[in-house]
Design a protein around this ligand. Structure first.
Ligand code: PSU
Ligand code: MN
Length: 308
């Protein structure tokens, strides 16, 4: 915990502050998944439920955002509603952070920014849906999410359901290897593909249990290796979607983005919204369930880490 950063820039709820100070389990949550990843009002129901799931496992949830230039660690009900309604809520990744803080703007935190805030607050475990990565064609466009650089440098363990096939999963994993980021499967040999349990690409190590993940994280940070870790947790079988169907949907959404000339930070939100539309809302149900599943796993990892 950095006292001067916390004093000058951050509002951390007393509950989270105390839990961190006492070394009790805390799980960070992002807000871009709410404001730019899911429609309203489904996102609000999700935001409340995901916090509840973390509490049921004995951990404290810490949803992150930037409100009127203040870094928020833990949101109250009104603040959650504001993120979910999404009016005037910017998407804030690492490069945007100084601007929204200095100009007192309001924004949702991506995976990268949530990791930054978590680290500032002393939180080591974070649950999300899917991470950003190398976009398809990224070898030409250089569209590579800042999430990957953050995983390289910031000591937070990120639990996700893999990456969506809107990304080039093979190149995303190559990038992570180059940056020295351990990619673990939680009881899987195969890196998951968000809606689907398998991507066809392997993980570095199949960590069978949350306790195994915690042991690996503890070893990494105790040795001073720093940086983050990525944990792929496959969507539960009963909510998984058909690989071929989703491949076709994603190809269609990518074509729509190309035709509409969408670029830069708008691409991911555009694709997410159109995938929900093209699947008649089925993909949203899967998205919500996989994120609950990740919250549960992250809370268990945080509980184990607190014991070490
Ligand atoms: N992928 C998803 N759902 C999401 C995101 C990505 O399946 O909600 C969000 C996350 O907040 C992630 C961000 O950090 O999009 C990545 O955006 P970009 O590719 O512009 O870095
Ligand atoms: Mn990008």
């Amino acid at each position: 915990m950095n006292a001067s950063i916390q004093r000058d820039f951050m509002d951390i709820t007393p509950e989270i502050e105390q839990a961190v100070r006492e070394g009790r389990p805390v799980v960070a949550l992002e807000s871009t998944i709410l404001s730019h990843g899911m429609p309203y009002p489904e996102n609000l129901g999700f935001a409340r439920e995901v916090e509840k799931i973390i509490r049921e496992q004995g951990a404290v949830p810490a949803t992150m955002a930037v409100l009127d230039g203040r870094l928020k660690v833990g949101l109250g009900e009104d603040e959650l509603v504001r993120m979910c309604e999404g009016k005037g809520v910017l998407k804030v990744s690492r490069r945007d952070l100084p601007i929204v803080v200095a100009e007192k703007l309001t924004g949702a935190t991506t995976v990268a920014t949530t990791m930054i805030l978590a680290n500032m607050a002393g939180i080591r475990v974070f649950a999300t849906g899917g991470i950003g990565g190398v976009h398809r064609g990224g070898q030409d466009t250089m569209d590579i999410s800042a999430d990957l650089q953050e995983l390289a440098h910031t000591p937070v363990a990120v639990v996700c359901a893999g990456a969506k096939m809107i990304l080039d999963i093979g190149r995303t994993l190559e990038y992570l290897e180059t940056m020295g980021v351990p990619v673990l499967g939680l009881d899987t040999d195969d890196f998951p593909a968000f809606y689907c349990r398998r991507s066809g690409f392997g993980v570095d190590y199949n960590a069978k249990t949350p306790a195994d993940v915690a042991k690996i994280a503890h070893a990494k940070w105790s040795m001073g290796l720093g940086g983050g870790m990525l944990i792929g947790n496959p969507v539960p079988q009963e909510y998984a979607m058909d690989f071929e169907t989703m491949s076709a949907v994603i190809d269609k959404a990518l074509k729509m983005a190309e035709d509409a000339g969408v670029k830069g930070k708008e691409i991911t939100p555009f694709l997410l919204a159109h995938i929900v539309e093209l699947t008649g809302g089925d993909s949203l149900k899967t998205n919500i369930q996989l994120a609950y599943n990740n919250a549960r796993a992250a809370a268990r990892i945080a509980v184990e880490l607190a014991r070490l």
